[in-house]
Design a binder for this molecule. Structure first.
Ligand SMILES: C=CC1=C(C)c2cc3[nH]c(cc4nc(cc5[nH]c(cc1n2)c(C)c5CCC(=O)O)C(CCC(=O)O)=C4C)c(C)c3C=C
Ligand SMILES: [Fe+2]
Length: 397
């Protein structure tokens, strides 16, 4: 999916009532990412300002035909919403009228639990094997997993709400919400020259992500169009990806008591600029062998970037596309806030899993974070055109 400033949203939505009451869209409201394509949206696009992440469970009795029907309804609605049109199949609630598509993307994923319920166990990808229990995990199972995963991202909170509410209405009788979480990022236009975003610990986060221009990007993030049976990738996942979702609470009270120097040594980068402690600017590659004036490693042995980097993990890489969250304050006064970590990769067994195994044992950041919920989802390739729907290759195999 690519950026497009073409403005299908400028056309008043059918059934929207008094078109004269509508205000013209700015470039921000009119910006649209097409729903149809080789890959689903919400993976390679720059993070939008808002994210809703919702897991659904099939209602008892919903089997493969019911799931296929749901994915058709969801795909048709997501395609319409991404183009700024009202979704077919229900009376629109009007909550996002006048806002345009605002860069809306909708991403659908299948959790491992849906395959048995839909009679599809033969199609279960080996890559959807449960994630290992990582040391220090404190997972709430009620806010983890789920048969289906829906990620809605948009640059407008009403557009994001409207999309997720529409999908939830369209699921009636077929699936119910298991859990939902809301995330946020920087609003577009807040700065004249947008740079890599910051997380709630104040760090520039996302610097060393794979870039779509990297020659290895597609191989790291997407299942190839021609799947390799030797890698246990089923044909229906062609063009797809695997999403790891983790709610990671940040222990901000102890974190904020650390000196800037200590915070920088925990991550291995300067807080203000994002430059590695080995020197240079944000985009300078980290020099892991460089020694500091005291003769010790400039980037400490337990610094987050040293432990997580692909060079230290047999090339294991993933596209991190997380959002911050803040759900108020806990009874002890600590912020219930952190990172809704989302990582897309061609195979979690050679992406997230080895990296997190290492981080959970050796990362200086570990004492300042707590993994509270977890999900792993197979995100199929995109629907190529309006005649198709996401998951068709699985459900009509
Ligand atoms: C298992 C994967 C990862 C988890 C979980 C994770 C949590 C996490 N990370 C930060 C903050 C930063 N991470 C940064 C880099 C970075 N993180 C991971 C992986 C996980 N992080 C990787 C693979 C990398 C890139 C390493 C490299 O090659 O340099 C950075 C530095 C800037 C950047 O490159 O993005 C920050 C900052 C937090 C706060 C967090 C949990 C809450
Ligand atoms: Fe990280």
């Amino acid at each position: 999916a690519t950026n497009s400033s073409a403005s299908p949203a400028a056309t008043p939505a059918a059934g929207s009532g008094d078109a004269g009451a509508r205000t013209p869209l700015t470039a921000l409201g009119a910006n649209a990412h097409p729903f149809h394509g080789a890959h689903q949206g919400g993976i390679v696009e720059p993070a939008q300002a808002r994210m809703l992440s919702t897991a659904f469970d099939l209602t008892p009795g919903t089997a493969r035909p019911g799931l296929a029907s749901l994915m058709k309804r969801w795909s048709a609605a997501a395609a319409a919403l991404a183009a700024g049109r009202t979704p077919p199949g229900l009376s629109d609630d009007g909550s996002a009228l006048d806002a345009g598509p605002s860069s809306l993307t909708v991403t659908f994923g299948f959790g491992a639990s849906v395959f048995a319920k839909a009679g599809l166990t033969a199609q279960l990808p080996a890559a959807l094997a449960p994630l290992p229990a990582f040391p220090e995990d404190k997972l709430d199972r009620r806010r983890s997993d789920g048969d289906l995963w829906v990620q809605v991202c948009a640059d407008d909170g009403l557009v994001a709400f409207h999309a997720m509410r529409t999908l939830q209405r369209l699921a009636a009788g077929a699936a119910t919400v298991r859990w939902q979480m809301s995330g946020f990022s920087r609003s577009p236009g807040a700065t004249a020259r947008p740079r890599t975003g910051r997380n709630l610990m104040g760090q520039i986060d996302g610097t060393n992500n794979p870039k779509p221009t990297d020659p290895t990007f597609d191989a790291r993030v997407f299942v190839p169009a021609k799947t390799d049976p030797a890698k246990d990738q089923p044909a229906w996942m062609a063009g797809g990806s695997y999403a790891v979702f983790r709610r990671i609470r940040m222990l901000l009270d102890p974190w904020d008591l650390q000196s800037t120097d200590r915070q920088e040594r925990v991550i291995g980068r300067h807080k203000a600029s994002g430059a590695p402690l080995s020197g240079g600017t944000e985009s300078t590659p980290a020099d892991l062998g460089k020694l500091g004036p005291d003769g010790g490693l400039a980037i400490p042995g337990d610094a987050h970037i040293r432990v997580a980097t692909p060079d230290a993990n047999q090339g294991a890489a993933m596209l991190r596309r997380g959002y911050s969250y803040h759900d108020g304050f806990r009874p002890d006064g600590a912020p219930d806030a952190g990172l809704l970590f989302v990582a897309f990769q061609a195979d979690p067994r050679t992406g997230f899993v080895p990296v997190q195994l290492k981080l959970s044992r050796a990362d200086a950041l570990s004492v300042f974070i707590s993994h509270e919920s977890s999900g792993l989802y197979a995100v199929p390739g995109g629907a190529a055109d309006p005649d198709g729907y996401v998951g068709q290759a699985l459900l009509e195999a």
